[in-house]
Design a protein around this ligand. Structure first.
Ligand code: HPA
Length: 273
């Protein structure tokens, strides 16, 4: 089966389960799965039932596709994601995103947990992603271009759409919460960075660092889906506090910001309709 056929097969399976045509897609990152409770779910499909989906293996990732409504807006929510560091190919990492495109998703909100690089950031801050830097050492579009999806050399200007970034700012205002704005730098992981790598990322223009999102944003843009991104700053990056980093810190901060994060997305999604 070609990569394109795999996407179509996955989409057809999901389309057979629901009549809802989602226009907004959402990916819930590490420790941020709680938003799922706000979705009026029509169908919940475990990833392992969807043809050609890879199974996430990381704690804190639910692994379900939810189709339903948020404030009347038809949505598809990926509760959890697959990461490159899990050993999946880039094609597998972005298959769920491409499938969302075939369900009818026009706007996609990517969320993640990230380390903050800027003095003045505090764990629990939410950051509107204004751009990204890809230093994963891979790109999901490497290989034969799938012409049915998009062009060989897609433009990446304003990848994180200005309109969605403005709507995010309006939502933060509406829920009366502060926010950061910055550049997300994607690395493969699974190691956290060394302090020297953190300094390097800061010098090349990164404000936050993480192990996801970049491939998904690229694949979405390739197919003409409008992208927005939110990082939950779960920790200050390595070397900034003198303390070691841990995954439990990441998921615990995720829990701490649950209320703010849920309020933001609940306000934002209807604005995207
Ligand atoms: N580095 C990379 N990925 C992360 C971090 C970090 O500090 N925190 C959460 N995800």
């Amino acid at each position: 089966m070609t990569p394109y056929q795999k996407i179509i097969e996955a989409a057809q399976f999901v389309l057979s389960k629901t009549k809802i045509k989602p226009t907004v897609g959402l990916v819930l990152g590490s420790g941020l799965g709680a938003f799922a409770a706000q979705v009026q779910v029509e169908v919940s499909i475990p990833f392992d039932q969807i043809p050609n989906f890879a199974k996430p293996t990381v704690e804190g990732h639910g692994g379900n596709l939810l189709i339903g409504h948020v404030g009347g807006t038809p949505c598809a929510v990926l509760q959890g994601r697959v990461h490159y560091y899990e050993g999946h190919s880039m094609e597998q990492v972005v298959l769920p995103i491409r499938m969302l495109g075939f369900l009818g998703v026009k706007k996609l909100i990517l969320t993640n947990a990230a380390g903050g690089l800027v003095q003045g950031m505090t764990p629990g801050d939410l950051m509107i992603i204004k751009d990204h830097i890809n230093i994963m050492g891979a790109n999901p579009l490497i290989g034969k271009n799938i012409t049915e999806l998009g062009p060989r050399f897609p433009d990446m200007t304003d990848l994180y759409s200005k309109d969605i970034r403005e709507k995010m700012m309006q939502s933060f205002k509406a829920i009366n919460e502060n926010f950061q704005v910055g550049v997300y730098c994607g690395l493969s992981g699974p190691t956290y960075e060394t302090p020297s790598e953190v300094e390097y990322i800061r010098r090349i223009g990164g404000d936050a660092v993480g192990m996801s999102t970049v491939p998904e944003a690229i694949a979405a843009r390739h197919m003409g889906i409008e992208v927005g991104g939110i990082s939950c700053i779960t920790n200050l990056a390595a070397g900034m506090t003198g303390l070691a980093l841990s995954h439990s810190e990441v998921t615990e901060t995720g829990k701490m910001v649950e209320k703010k994060f849920v309020a933001l997305l609940t306000d934002l999604i209807p604005r995207l309709a």
